[in-house]
Design a protein around this ligand. Structure first.
Ligand code: IDP
Ligand code: MG
Length: 140
């Protein structure tokens, strides 16, 4: 099967605790290759746009506040079945429900401060990659 791409964010709770390397290692160990990466401070408008699909959910305001509370590392990951592979190593949204060995089980703090974002479909992966990266910033 050909390699596909997905989009990942290492969230502020993880960058603040100096876990960028540990999280990236777990992604790499799961068979994903980092083909683009940058550390950024998201603006409020950028975070609101990124999470627009969640704008009606009760936690939207707090989620945006959290996502701009510190730097994040946005990444493009490549691998066989990259979207599902990434979702599998991320673990469940709530770390209390996440399986042992997943990123959220091993490092996440709470259902909100859950250390990583991952696209939930190939279609959304393409949209999310384009939201943060130009094609010439992605080197496979
Ligand atoms: P996902 O990140 O596992 O795909 P989503 O349902 O897409 O989960 O939610 C997006 C993000 O919103 C989560 O990763 C988490 O940071 C936050 N979130 C989700 N549910 C809650 C909640 O019930 N309370 C607070 N934050 C939440
Ligand atoms: Mg989601």
């Amino acid at each position: 099967m050909a390699a596909t791409r997905t989009f990942s964010i290492i969230k502020p709770d993880a960058t603040k605790r100096n876990l960028t390397g540990k999280v990236t290692q777990m992604l790499e160990d799961a068979g994903l290759r980092v083909v683009a990466s940058k550390r950024i401070q998201m603006t409020r408008a950028q975070a609101e746009g990124f999470y627009a699909v969640h704008s009606e959910r009760p936690f939207f305001g707090e989620l945006v506040d959290f996502m701009i509370s510190g730097p994040v590392v946005v990444q493009v990951l490549e691998g066989e079945n990259a979207m599902q592979r990434n979702r599998d190593i991320m673990g469940a949204t709530n770390p209390a429900d996440a399986a042992p060995g997943t990123i959220r089980k091993e490092v996440a703090e709470s259902i909100e401060a859950n250390s990583v974002h991952g696209s939930d479909s190939d279609e959304n992966a393409a949209i999310e990659i384009a939201y943060f990266f130009n094609e010439d910033e992605i080197v496979g």
